[in-house]
Design a protein around this ligand. Structure first.
Ligand SMILES: [Zn+2]
Length: 359
């Protein structure tokens, strides 16, 4: 049941780094239509988060018996990822073993289908169990009822989620993840204050933990992962690693097939999309492309046929932010930040690798 003491949930007041604002603004500028940049807004305290008293809430491990009884939830993803809604949305726990919802994000944006939320919780807990380290940081999912959500074109029907990479600090040990860019060697930089070069912290992509999280999601037959959006050079690092390890061939092949670099290069986070759960399809859930042979087989086994995307309805379109406006909103930047922005131009265009499912 709903914990009566939600205030006990771990919650640290939001701390959005200046470059996270900058990169999120750049997302708008480069790839998405979204509102003009705003200063970071303090997120409401967790006890202010509305919860339907009839809905049990999977909360953090410390205050709720694990494993969570997922069968108590009945979610439905409606229509398209980029024009849809969510019924019976399940909130991602703010913290769970190996996982945290980004304390700098609005906790209203942490709802998804039960299949996706369970998949994320299970994948994070597998990494925690097998490799230890710090929790993976999950950014926005969808609103409780789905629908348009700031800073995203999709994330409307409970089947999209952004996840930061597992990261290592200068001492080679796990460090709290930030939305930093990572280069072809898997090196990144936590700029902290964009204008202050003395506070920069060198980072390294934590490939083993990041890979294990991916592997767990890919192998989760009930979650039914569809897409992994990530920059091509980071895909290559992860693929190399997986091929050098004792990973089932099918898992590696599916990773290779389901990974794409979209217009925004995704060198600072993953965007995952999940297929419609088979029982959501008769209720109007619609899948984008691609539809892989193994997913068709799953649906045949479940006795349903996928539905193509519905025509996108006219909705109020947010104003596009230009690159110049984004830079102005980010304020002054030191030389190292400028160097990274220059470097990123090398991989900003989506490659055309000629893969079957990635256009
Ligand atoms: Zn996203």
């Amino acid at each position: 049941m709903l914990p009566q003491t939600q205030t006990k949930l771990r919650y640290t007041p939001g701390r959005m780094r200046a470059y996270e604002l900058f990169t999120s603004v750049l997302v708008c500028a480069l790839a998405f239509g979204c509102s003009p940049a705003k200063k970071p807004v303090a997120t409401p305290p967790i006890d202010a988060v509305k919860a339907d008293p009839a809905t049990p809430l999977p909360s953090e491990g410390a205050s709720q018996a694990l494993p969570i009884d997922w069968s108590a939830f009945d979610s439905t993803s409606i229509r398209n990822p980029n024009d849809g809604a969510l019924r019976g949305g399940v909130p991602l726990p703010l913290t769970a073993p190996g996982l945290q919802f980004n304390p700098g994000r609005n906790p209203d944006a942490r709802y998804g289908t039960v299949e996706m939320v369970r998949g994320l919780v299970d994948a994070a807990s597998r990494v925690d169990r097998e490799l230890g380290g710090l929790p993976v940081t999950i950014n926005d999912l969808s609103y409780e009822q789905g629908g348009p959500i700031p800073r995203h074109r999709s994330h409307q029907s409970g089947r999209d989620v952004d996840v930061l990479f597992y990261q290592l600090g200068p001492d080679g040990k796990p460090i709290d993840s930030v939305g930093a860019f990572f280069d072809r060697r898997g090196a990144g930089m936590d700029f902290r204050d964009l204008a202050d070069p003395s506070d920069d912290v060198a980072l390294q992509l934590d490939i083993p933990r990041t890979w294990l999280f991916l592997q767990a999601l890919i192998e989760d037959d009930d979650a039914q992962l569809q897409d992994i959006f990530v920059a091509e050079h980071l895909r290559a690092l992860l693929l190399d690693y997986a091929q050098s390890r004792d990973v089932p061939e099918t898992t590696v092949a599916r990773f290779a097939d389901m990974t794409c670099q979209p217009n925004y290069p995704h060198d600072d986070h993953f965007h995952f999309r999940f297929f419609c759960a088979p029982d959501d399809i008769p209720k109007g859930c619609r899948d984008s492309e691609p539809m892989y042979p193994w997913q068709r087989q799953r649906l045949r086994d479940a006795g349903v046929r996928p539905l193509a995307l519905a025509p996108t309805r006219k909705r109020a379109k947010a104003k596009i932010v230009t690159h110049e406006e984004a830079r102005e909103a980010a304020g002054p930047m030191d030389a190292e930040v400028e160097r990274w922005l220059e470097l990123r131009k090398q991989w900003v265009d989506p490659p055309h690798p000629g893969r079957t499912y990635c256009r």
